[in-house]
Design a protein around this ligand. Structure first.
Ligand code: ADP
Ligand code: DAR
Length: 345
């Protein structure tokens, strides 16, 4: 492999941090699972509009290709090589500002998880992926109480059901081009599926970008109830399925943006006036380390003034701090929206 030619307008962390010198250092290395630099960077090479552009194929990738991954991790999370990750799942420590439900349509908190001692999705074999589906779906189908539900494999799911679940924000989309070129869509739809409880307030995606996405969500702005349900589910599942975890990087994920807590706490929120004042909008989101996504998730647009607002940082902060980032930032956005609404009256 020769040093890639990046487009002049490339803004991804890949093209910012993979210098010709670093490329020469890493180009012949491979992990214990045979994962190579070419596989790490392929998604960012094929998708020139990538924000990040790199994916790990196993936990070992974060060691073997550390000179590249550590630069991306520091740039995205503000987490240096000497930092260590810590966890805190104590919901009592959340400072719940009453988030005005007049603006908050729904709340969702998710974590990514990958099975200990297995390669990540980009390097896993079809047989290993099917073993993960079998092991995890069996553990999920044994859950009780509020978490009780059923697993639905994507293989054999009708297009109508799949499209309805996606439209209602419950199921992942398929055909994502960033995942495609990272090797995460191989053998699709084999081994993929969704578990959910009867109310669809607790869901688990299997074998999309990460091997598990554990999700708690509901209408309205009751962040405490959503967080508490997720914490219970994470702990119950981890009793049965050990997850890949490192003392320095926390929970291991395919994309370096999801290391650590691997937690994204989001609200769907109506901000029509701020939506017309994006400079002010972004000043607030930058101050509170928030990310703006569209109403159908990553790489989509807002519609009817509805935005998906979530914490940006996931590593080097605890789960409580990640959710607090979102709560404090959203409270500030609502205040700004109210002030703008007064002006336009
Ligand atoms: P992830 O959250 O797993 O990183 P996405 O950003 O693609 O992935 O979101 C996945 C799905 O979850 C999308 O359909 C998105 O609209 C939905 N979603 C995200 N946050 C919320 C929320 N607060 N309320 C309802 N749906 C949400
Ligand atoms: N779209 C890819 C990944 C960015 C972070 N989002 C994840 N991991 N879903 C990019 O490089 O822009």
């Amino acid at each position: 492999m020769t040093y890639p030619t990046f487009p002049k307008d490339c803004t991804s962390m890949l093209c910012k941090h993979l210098s010709p010198e670093l490329f020469e250092t890493l180009k012949d290395k491979e992990t214990a699972n045979g994962f190579t630099l070419e596989q790490v960077i392929n998604s960012g090479l094929k998708n020139s509009d990538s924000e990040i552009g790199v994916y790990a194929g196993d936990e070992d990738s974060y060691e073997v290709f550390a000179p590249l991954f550590d630069k991306v991790i520091e740039a995205y999370h503000g987490f240096s090589q000497s930092d260590k990750h810590h966890s805190n799942l104590n919901a009592d420590e959340l400072k719940i500002n009453g988030l005005d439900e007049g603006y908050i349509l729904s709340t969702r908190i998710r974590v990514g998880r990958n099975v200990k001692d297995m390669p990540l999705g980009s390097a896993v074999s079809k047989e290993q992926r099917n073993e993960i589906e079998e092991r995890v779906s069996s553990a999920l189908n044994a859950l009780e109480g509020e978490l009780e539900g059923e697993y639905y494999a994507l293989l054999g799911m009708s297009k109508n059901v799949q499209e309805r679940l996606i439209k209602e924000h419950f199921l992942f989309k398929d055909g994502d081009r960033f995942l495609e070129y990272a090797g995460l869509n191989r053998d699709w739809p084999h081994g993929r599926g969704i578990y959910h409880n009867h109310d669809k307030t607790f869901l688990v995606w299997l074998n999309e970008e990460d091997q598990l996405r554990i999700i708690s969500m509901q209408k309205g702005g009751d962040v405490l109830e959503v967080f508490s349900r997720l914490v219970l589910a994470m702990q119950k599942i981890e009793e049965k399925v050990p997850f890949a975890y490192s003392d320095r990087l926390g929970y291991i994920s395919s994309c370096p943006t999801n290391l650590g807590t691997a937690m994204r706490a989001s609200v769907h929120i109506k901000l029509p006036n701020l939506g017309e004042n994006m400079e002010q909008f972004k000043t607030i989101t930058e101050k509170y380390f928030l990310q703006i996504r569209g109403v159908n998730g990553e790489h989509t647009k807002s519609e009817e003034g509805i935005f998906d607002i979530s914490n940006l940082r996931r590593l080097g902060i605890t789960e409580v701090e990640a959710v607090q980032d979102m709560i404090d930032g959203v409270a500030s956005l609502i205040e700004a929206e109210k002030a703008l609404a007064e002006v336009v009256k």
